[in-house]
Design a protein around this ligand. Structure first.
Ligand SMILES: N[C@@H](CCC(=O)N[C@@H](CS)C(=O)NCC(=O)O)C(=O)O
Length: 211
């Protein structure tokens, strides 16, 4: 059986959402951030050298500590084609781009801004450059959504789950900008029963907390 190690207020919430959408049987082990340092507990380090959440365990000694890889692994091994775009589908290339953007190009400017803020460097040149990059990513998400329901058109996929953190975190750090199309998409995806089950099981995510 799958075991997901989940830290409160962290990106492991997206994996809870994924597992709930797929209606998989899994064990959820919950950990709390230290209220002062906001770091995860030492137990996470005993599971995986990186010591961060999420960590996913599966039969056969699988222990994965990187959220993007966890998404790929779960879809490959347990997804049965659901929440994905088939490799033969012309939308596959865009789907892959979304998955990578959500964990790299989209998260990088957010993390730079979080660190700038934590180290008293708000509004320094690096912070401003990160704001400009984040604004581009938000414009691109809006462009991808266009007039479609979801990022890949009419099909809700894991790309919507993964990408959902970018505008949420952008809002939390005061860089959301005006993106009505993104707002409508957020309302649509957060109305899903799978999202509500994930919140009930993993807890409400406080996007105002540092990532
Ligand atoms: N690249 C990793 C990053 C994981 C990560 O930074 N997790 C944060 C929560 S969002 C964490 O565990 N922080 C607690 C700590 O560093 O002690 C992934 O996407 O899985």
């Amino acid at each position: 059986m799958l075991t997901l190690h989940h830290l409160n207020n962290s990106r492991s919430q997206k994996i809870v959402w994924l597992l709930e959408e797929l209606e998989l049987d899994y064990r959820l082990e919950c950990y709390q951030r230290d209220p002062e340092t906001l770091l995860g507990p030492p137990e996470l380090k005993r599971l995986h050298t990186l010591g961060k959440a999420p960590v996913l365990e599966d039969e056969g000694g699988v222990v994965l500590g990187e959220s993007g890889a966890i998404v790929d692994y779960v879809l490959d091994r347990h997804g049965g084609g659901r929440l994905s775009i088939d490799p033969a589908d012309p939308r596959r290339a865009r789907f892959l781009e979304c998955l990578y953007l959500a964990v790299s190009g989209g998260m990088n400017p957010i993390m730079i801004k979080v660190y700038c803020s934590a180290f008293g460097l708000k509004e320094c040149a690096m912070d401003q450059a990160a704001s400009a990059e984040l604004a581009k990513v938000l414009c691109y998400i809006e462009e991808l959504l266009g007039s479609g329901e979801y990022l890949l058109g009419e099909d809700f996929t894991v790309a919507d789950i993964q990408m959902s953190f970018i505008p949420e975190l952008a809002t939390a750090i005061g860089c959301a900008g005006e993106h009505p199309v993104i707002r409508h998409w957020q309302q649509r995806i957060y109305a899903r029963p799978g999202f509500h089950r994930a919140i009930a099981r993993g807890g409400q995510y406080d996007f105002a907390a540092p990532v």
